[in-house]
Ligand binder design. Structure first.
Ligand SMILES: [Zn+2]
Ligand SMILES: [Zn+2]
Length: 681
């Protein structure tokens, strides 16, 4: 039996009963003897095998690939060697095999590769263990009820790896080769999902660049307890709280500004329900952790993964927003009740059982492999602060989905001043219901208006006229782009956050919310002009659909791979013909970007000099472009990555820099050593 990782493997052994252990080549194996069979459980460490090209060299396109032990092709994977050798030793002793890796495409590929690459076993000799949590009960059930070899899932997973290799390696080589043709060297990459994802971000960046703000005006009425806003009756829209002509705004303001009274002309009350939230899938969790704790999606994913490996929550890489009754809601709630912290909340939910009402709200999305994320009820210990937060969020969300809708009320008050209408709105909660189960994560507006009646006259404190501007489209935050990719069906739940991280690593994007760099825009422009297929959302989505079809035995891996290969061959042949020209475009941007990063600002010692960062003999400093005529220079810190802040010091007028350090202790400073801003350094 093959487990995905050592830690998970020991959990499986523990769950299945009495075992003995045997160390081999420094790796711990577990042996379980039953009446019928003797089982050896041996761990993998993720992908023990990786795709690599059969031929040699750096040319493209390359389509001849094979699985090789990862430690042979990746220097950083040397630690995998002993696991590989151990698996080889153990698998040789076996007659049949069980893939007990995580139940998804990746787990299927990891386990199947280990078994098939090492033993060449036919499908009939392989069984699959299917579980969603690492709890004793689930693992025992999965073991008692082993499934046949998951041919469809394995084949779909392998196809994904091949397509990712084809796109990733070939296109990255094409881009780098194009740059090299122009005597530059730069690591550039793109991938099957990376390209379309970057394009989504670049489109947003361009719409922001093209955006021209429109001015508009708003008029406010101030009451001692609330503010109301001018509302213009509009023929096209029902109402409009923005005035688009300055003259008109001034005219209204001049009319009302001296008034001391306003009459309540209308009160509209609306009672409505605020439904409980739906269960978390990975994207939902990433989004909520980002808005509640400001944790980046990739970090949330790795925290969730470790909570899963500790047996505290179900498998997090799920698309599902449903919690089926087969999970046993009541028993999960009873287990959570055993934790002091959740005793009262669990009790509240369990009380509903008496009225036969214990059913969670469900979302629309499904996932064949796993339900939505839920807590197993196992008692957590030794969690880090962040893990504790994410765990609490998952538990509270699990409670909240069983709650009753909250009762809310909105009140809209219309005030009349000399025939002009002003409006104020309030929203209050009348019955909290599920809010009580989800505190402190409930995020709703609560604003009360004084109790007044229609026809009543109120005292006004004054009026304000404010000029405003329409705002450009909002940038994507990391969690919002991950949801957007999910909505567009680009990539998989397991890889979306990592795709965005890769774009940061390549300097195609920076900051948060996300800005696309000139380099990122240049890559998109270049590919749009010369290889638009590589950015195509549609094509990427089609492949996702074909992968689903492979999983359901409706398509073969060979056909899909062949089709991808034909398309790519054509695209890359065209690209290669224009390699030099494409490279020249890219090099221009790369050079500008490098220059921009080096340049800090104007020299104060001479007329037209520019201060730049200079590296020589392993040291770095700031010098003037007019050297040797101008000898103005400044030292730079030895450690950290230095970037221009594109601003000057308020005290001395020299440029400021931003120093990022691997320790995370980033700082900004003026480059002038004797600057007054550094008096207390
Ligand atoms: Zn100078
Ligand atoms: Zn200064």
């Amino acid at each position: 039996m093959v487990g995905e990782k050592p830690k998970v493997t020991s959990k499986i052994a523990n769950a299945l009963g009495d075992y003995s252990t045997k160390e081999n080549r420094g790796v711990k194996n577990y042996i379980i003897e039953t009446d019928e069979r003797r089982i050896i459980i041996a761990p993998a460490v993720g992908h023990i095998f990786n795709l690599d090209q059969v031929s040699e060299g750096w040319d493209y396109p390359v389509f001849d690939v094979e699985w090789k032990p990862t430690f042979e092709t990746d220097d950083s994977a040397d630690y995998m060697k002993k696991y590989y050798n151990n698996l080889k030793d153990q698998l040789k002793k076996a007659d049949t095999y069980i893939n007990a890796c995580d139940f998804d495409l990746e787990g299927s590929v990891i386990g199947a590769n280990v078994i098939k690459q090492i033993t060449d076993a036919p499908d009939e000799k392989i069984e699959r263990m299917k579980f969603s949590t690492l709890t004793q009960g689930d693992l025992q059930d999965a073991f008692d009820d082993l499934e046949d070899f998951d041919r469809g899932m394995t084949s779909a997973g392998i196809t994904r790896h091949i397509l990712d290799y084809y796109y990733g390696v070939n296109v990255s080589r094409a881009l780098m080769q194009a740059v090299r043709e122009n005597d530059r060297y730069k690591t550039l990459s793109t991938g099957r999902v990376q390209g379309p994802a970057l394009k989504v971000l670049a489109d947003k960046e361009r719409s922001i660049m093209e955006f021209e703000p429109d001015p508009y005006w708003e008029i406010f009425l101030h009451h001692s307890e609330f503010d109301a806003k001018f509302l213009e009756p509009d023929a096209d829209r029902e109402k409009e709280d923005r005035v688009w002509e300055e003259e008109k705004a001034e005219e209204i303001f001049t009319t009302v500004k001296g008034e001391k009274k306003a009459q309540v002309s209308n009160i509209k009350i609306n009672n409505y329900s605020h439904n409980p939230p739906i269960p978390f899938n990975l994207t939902g969790l990433q989004k909520e952790a980002s808005s509640q704790f400001n944790i980046a999606p990739k970090k949330t994913q790795s925290i969730a993964q470790s909570l899963y490996e500790d047996g505290l929550i179900s498998y997090p890489r799920t698309e599902s927003q449903k919690l089926p009754p087969s999970l046993g809601y009541k028993s999960l709630l009873n287990k959570l009740k055993g934790q002091d912290k959740y005793e009262d909340l669990a009790e509240k939910v369990l009380k509903k059982d008496k009225s036969d009402d214990l059913f969670p709200r469900q979302g629309k999305k499904e996932d064949d492999a796993h339900p939505a994320i839920y807590p197993t009820g196992s008692f957590p210990s030794g969690l880090s602060k962040m893990e504790g937060k994410v765990y609490d969020l998952i538990v509270k969300r699990f409670f909240a989905v069983f709650g009753d809708a909250a009762k809310r009320q909105s009140l809209t008050m219309t005030l009349d001043v000399l025939g002009h209408k002003f409006s104020a709105k309030s929203k209050v909660t009348k019955e909290r219901n599920w809010f009580n189960l989800y505190d402190p994560y409930v995020n709703v507006e609560e604003a009360e208006l004084p109790g007044v009646e229609e026809g009543e006259t109120l005292d006004v404190e004054g009026f304000d006229l404010e000029e405003k501007e329409t705002k450009p489209p909002r940038r994507y935050s990391q969690s919002r782009i991950v949801s957007e990719l999910e909505k567009k069906n680009l990539g998989t739940k397991a890889t979306r956050a990592a795709t965005i991280d890769r774009l940061y690593d390549r300097n195609y994007i920076d900051s948060s919310p996300i800005e696309v760099t000139d380099l990122g825009l240049a890559i998109v422009n270049t590919l749009e002009d010369h290889a638009p297929d590589l950015l195509s959302e549609k094509l990427t989505r089609e492949f996702e659909e074909q992968m689903d079809a492979i999983q359901n035995d409706e398509e073969t891996s060979e056909d899909v791979v062949q089709k991808a290969r034909e398309g790519l061959e054509e695209t890359l042949t065209n690209f290669k013909e224009k390699e030099k020209e494409i490279g020249a475009e890219l090099v221009e941007t790369i050079d500008q970007e490098r220059k921009r990063r080096r340049q800090l600002g104007d020299c104060l010692e001479c007329d037209d000099g520019t201060l730049r960062m200079i590296k020589s003999d392993g040291s770095r400093f700031v010098g003037c472009s007019n050297y040797p005529d101008c000898e103005n220079s400044f030292p730079l810190p030895n450690n950290g990555d230095i970037n221009s802040m594109e601003e000057v010091c308020e005290e001395c007028g020299n440029p400021k820099i931003y120093v990022s350090r691997s320790s995370g202790n980033d700082y900004s400073m003026c480059i002038y050593p004797d600057c007054p801003t550094k008096d207390d350094w």
